[in-house]
Design a protein. Sequence first.
Length: 488
Amino acid sequence: MASRVKDWALRRWPSLLSAALFLLAYPPFNFWPLIFVAVVPILHQLTAADSKQAWKIGYLFGFALFLGQMYWLFELANHWLENPFLAFIPFVITALLGGLFFGWVARLIRHCYLRNWLIAVPLAWAGVEVARSYIPVLALPWGLAATPLHHFPLLIQSAHFGTIYLVSGFVVLVNVLVASLIISTERVKVRSLVVALAAIGILSIFQYKSSPASDKFPITVGQGGVDMAFGNPKTKSASIGRNVNQIAAEAKANGSKLLVLPEGIGDDYHTPPQPPFRLDPSMPMLFGGQRGKGPIFQTAFGFDGQWHFADKTRLVIFGEFVPGREAFPFIADTFKLPGGDLSASQIGVKAVEVARIKTGPMLCFEGLFPEVSYQQARNGAKLIAVMCIDDWYMGTPAPDQLTAAAYFRAVEVGLPLVRSASLGTTLALDSHGNTLGQLPLGKPAGLRVNLDLPRESTIFPLLPVFPVATLLFALVLPWLPRRKAESA
């Protein structure tokens, strides 16, 4: 019996060690340098694994990783349901599904090793990240390898040329180099890895030093300081009105040309909305709410004497819509899911022009998706505004990862970005992902900053090429031919 346990541990420890290193690199621990060696244990093990073993190695890694990454889901569900047993079910299901993607990526890494294509390992990893970020219905770009680097703008500038997935590829590339130097038989093959790292480094420095022509734009980013998720519904509206009126008055006094407020403060379903705070045409606003009664949209509203709106395009499964609600009504009843589904925008991603400036709104969960900010930049937006309700997840690492995504969105499209939350992180970033200002958590306040709005488009025209190419590579890699020498 003891020998069986020892044998199991010897076969499983690399997967579990890699998962532990990954988790330590993310919030709340933030030992970010570990991300550059976190993949090494499973890479080392995969060099000698067959197809079935590779799947098991990757699946165990992914399952353990998602158990740690998605623990906030258990906390949220338990708070919502007040039933730990029911809360445990979606948490474990998410981890079980997450493991599938990493079983896949481990199989792809094995194919790369069989072909002696070390340089292809980061491409395969990035391709699977893209796949799990955009798979229909279950799309969840969470726990990406690049995420722990968000506080270090110079390290993430390559996102401008290939989105966050290129930065993930860079992270895995370093892991592959480290693993190759450890495995003596692989040392002769690292030249291509070093060249690729040097190329990414040069691109990053080039982008970080760029400074396009711009105009100053004074803006206030508001933080409501009211629990929009679990607060007292009888006092919430009055508190929102009081706090926003004070923030708006200060913004007007300090010369701000736009006030950006969180999602959810205009949830009265009217069009135009009737929010619980004063509307002043001389103090233009952008805030989030809902509109319509059937269909219902989550919407960004702009007001500068006239109304403008843009509906949310990316919806959260179970939180905002329930697939198969009619066929399985007991699921919605058992888990106390919302009574009506929201609808995605019927016209796609849309910018709004408020205070004579085109702004690209992104509502909460949309902030995780590079293609939304890319489309906003294509629409002519000079500023990205992420409006959130982090209140559902406070006390867990989830708000930190949602905030981390904002840094990548700014760098990807080369635009300044503001993030407005009620209890969560409210901040302003420049186009290189540098923090211009940040408010203390949970307090009603306004953050006044001068943003540099570019006069011309700064978006890299081939930005989508890397994620699309890596996804295709991940899909076709197992069928790519090998040379005879590689097959032997």
